[in-house]
Design a protein around this ligand. Sequence first.
Ligand SMILES: NC(=O)c1ccc[n+]([C@@H]2O[C@H](COP(=O)([O-])OP(=O)(O)OC[C@H]3O[C@@H](n4cnc5c(N)ncnc54)[C@H](OP(=O)(O)O)[C@@H]3O)[C@@H](O)[C@H]2O)c1
Length: 294
Amino acid sequence: MSDLLKIKTNLIGLIGHPIKQTYSPFIHNLALKLKGLDYYYIPFDVDSVSLKRAVKGMISLNFVGFNVTIPYKTKIIPLLNHLSDEASIIGSVNTVLIIEGNLSGYNTDVNGIIETLLPYKNDISDEIFTIFGAGGSSRAVVYALIKHFKPKKINLINRTEDRAFNLKEVLSDKMNFNEIEVLKYSPPDLIEIVQNSKLVVNTTPLGMTPEVDDAVVSSEKFFNKNQIVFDLVYNPQMTRFLSFAKQSNAEIINGLDMLIFQAAKSFEIWTSEKFPTAEVKSELQKILKEISSQ
Ligand SMILES: NC(=O)c1ccc[n+]([C@@H]2O[C@H](COP(=O)([O-])OP(=O)(O)OC[C@H]3O[C@@H](n4cnc5c(N)ncnc54)[C@H](OP(=O)(O)O)[C@@H]3O)[C@@H](O)[C@H]2O)c1
């Protein structure tokens, strides 16, 4: 049938402000096309006074659901009817499913983190982890690690110490885990702490294009060959943080798999169809390579 004869395309939205540097429309529209599904994913830049009206509009227009990005991942919660366990504990939602006007919120970043680290589960269980950053994605990382990777201890390091203490308090309490230690963000003093960690994760935006010379650590001396080092940043794929880790022969992981796995989970929530992971990853890698060579 000609596309021009279609009368009902299922709609999925993305709301955030400002909407910039998002690959989600590319990822989802490509996956929907590859699967031959009659859906379309549309980004909307929504200012904060319009958040409630935008959500009501999507309900009225029979949207299947939507993604939520900065700055609404927490602000969306009072507008929802139901929260998944992980979204409720983390206090952050990135995916909403609409069924007959009822809104259910999920945090699929957690799935992205779990799927990315699953191949390393045996290596990291019962070990010390160090996490840089205490924002929304750090909460998802700490939740996923406590829930699925049996940490012996988590060191939490953030520029604004209070925010790290808040994360510690909330997750220790809700997850009954008392081995989170907040440490000062003063890079030269952290070499030994980071060196003694089996898993080191950067959840800050440091090193992201265009500020590619930034990193939470200052040299390869922070790392060793027995470590697994994960940077949530995916653009560029080789951040300064990861290149220091690589110089010390650590195993490195960038944020691309997490980006794809979180999208895959959202896609499955909306469509109940399996996400074409390998094809989307290969196309996304091509696009990111093109962008970084411009
Ligand atoms: N791969 C993926 O799928 C994926 C998914 C989610 C997020 N991410 C990436 O993760 C990063 C963080 O996202 P988020 O949602 O967690 O952001 P967020 O909630 O704004 O948190 C940012 C964190 O980074 C710290 N930070 C920011 N600028 C800093 C600087 N100049 N020096 C030291 N620390 C700094 C902040 O510290 P303060 O508390 O002191 O401000 C905060 O802890 C972004 O780059 C995002 O693209 C990737």
